[in-house]
Design a protein around this ligand. Structure first.
Ligand code: ADP
Length: 393
């Protein structure tokens, strides 16, 4: 058995993993899976490359209240004992924040780890979990190479204007900038654009990554020129439970008039807003689509309006629109939301083919649409595996 790379994506309450063979270019992992509900009621899912369920042996050993570290400590030996695992060559991690300095995948050393720790305050809900995963692997096999792949790196090609806030210069110099996120997803989509658009892939393309977290990236030459997320992953689009762009005066009002402190405001903006807050029902688009409650329809309508207006706000960075790509859980699966967004972009020449859209086809634009419109599944794990490959272990 040839060597394998393991990719880990440690979120706030979930851990996604995938195992890729070192010596093939297959986009399909040999094993993939996730553990959800970490810290509350952890549930384990794993499948092989044929989509067959694996891990029937695991749930009995999975402590419902296990921490990230405990989950990883359980997962790694399970993977190692799996017959198709092969010898582990390196572990690649999705790391949410690379600051200004990490512009490409980086081999993790003690010095790198220290720098990543200093960035934790910029992504308090994500970065500590990414770092915990790195520590857990190092504890298990101290000499195993680990690679950090950053969600911010893809956006370092943005124009300085697109990265700046209109704040006093010393704050900008200190690093209060629009970093942007979801870079591993955008990197993957950029890599497959030529397969679908040919030379037009180099043109003016908007990619809408619509999952629980959601953002839009304006690309030209398949590079990020501007993006909707900013200093944190809270900015831009309305999301599952995050508010997206907000008048900063609202935060001041919450502090001054409602006497809310920072942790309370953080919880409100990250966990209680977005689709969940507006609907009062759920952050899950499938639940909202099936609901007869008018507040569910309100939440979906606001999501679409905000996505279309944010996309329009990114247009000056690329000077127009040749193609629009939808990706991630909502982008890949919700015909209703794609239609709702595209209806508001009709003035730009976006027109969907209703049948193709309903079928989640790859090309969903109508024959007379000026803007090519696509649905492309993202593959952040492959971006991480390819980064490991680039180190030629
Ligand atoms: P995350 O950011 O957690 O990785 P995902 O990319 O998995 O999120 O997206 C989760 C979102 O995708 C949820 O709102 C879910 O409702 C939505 N989604 C998944 N499948 C469907 C579907 N078939 N129809 C509509 N929405 C869907």
């Amino acid at each position: 058995m040839s060597g394998v790379f393991l990719t880990l994506n440690a979120g706030s309450s979930s851990l996604k993993f995938a195992v890729f063979e070192r010596d093939t270019t297959s986009a399909v992992p040999m094993i993939s899976g996730k553990i959800t509900g970490i810290g509350e009621n952890a549930v384990f899912y794993a499948r092989d490359s044929q989509g067959r369920a694996l891990g029937a042996d695991l749930p009995e050993t999975l402590d419902a209240s296990a921490s990230h570290e405990q989950v990883i400590a359980m997962l790694l030996p399970w993977l190692e004992n799996h017959q198709s695992f092969g010898s582990l060559v390196a572990v690649g991690h999705r790391v949410v924040h690379g600051g200004q300095n990490f512009t490409k995948p980086t081999r993790i050393s003690d010095a790198v780890l220290q720098q990543l720790q200093t960035l934790s305050p910029l992504a308090p809900l994500h970065q500590p979990h990414n770092i915990a995963a790195i520590h857990a692997v190092a504890h298990w096999q101290p000499d195993l190479p680990q690679i950090a792949c950053f969600d911010t790196s893809f956006h370092r090609t943005q124009d300085p204007l697109a990265q700046a806030f209109a704040l006093p210069r010393d704050l900008t110099d200190e690093g209060i900038l629009r970093y942007g996120f979801h870079g591993l997803s955008y990197d993957y989509i950029a890599s497959v654009l030529p397969d679908h658009l040919g030379p037009e892939a180099e043109g003016r393309v908007m990619v809408a990554h619509l999952g629980n977290g959601a953002s839009i990236c304006a690309m030209k030459g398949r590079k990020s020129r501007a993006t909707s997320m900013g200093f944190t992953a809270l900015d831009g689009l309305m999301m599952g439970t995050r508010c997206g762009a907000l008048d900063p005066g609202v935060v001041l009002y919450l502090m001054q008039a409602k006497a809310m402190d920072a942790p309370e405001i953080q919880d409100l903006l990250y966990n209680k807003s977005g689709l969940l807050g507006v609907s009062g029902i759920s952050n899950d688009v499938q639940v909202l689509q099936d609901s007869a409650d008018p507040h569910a329809a309100d939440a979906i309508a606001l999501f679409c309006y905000r996505a279309a207006s944010t996309l329009a706000g990114l247009l000056p960075s690329i000077g127009g629109l040749d193609a629009l790509v939808f990706t991630a859980g909502i982008g890949e699966n919700s015909a209703l939301i794609r239609q709702g967004i595209c209806d508001r972009l009709a003035w730009l020449g976006v027109k969907l083919d209703a049948g193709a859209n309903a079928a989640n086809a790859t090309r969903i634009d109508a024959a007379d649409s000026r803007v090519k419109t696509l649905v492309l599944p993202t593959n952040e794990e492959l971006t991480v595996a390819n980064a490991c490959r680039s180190f030629a272990f």
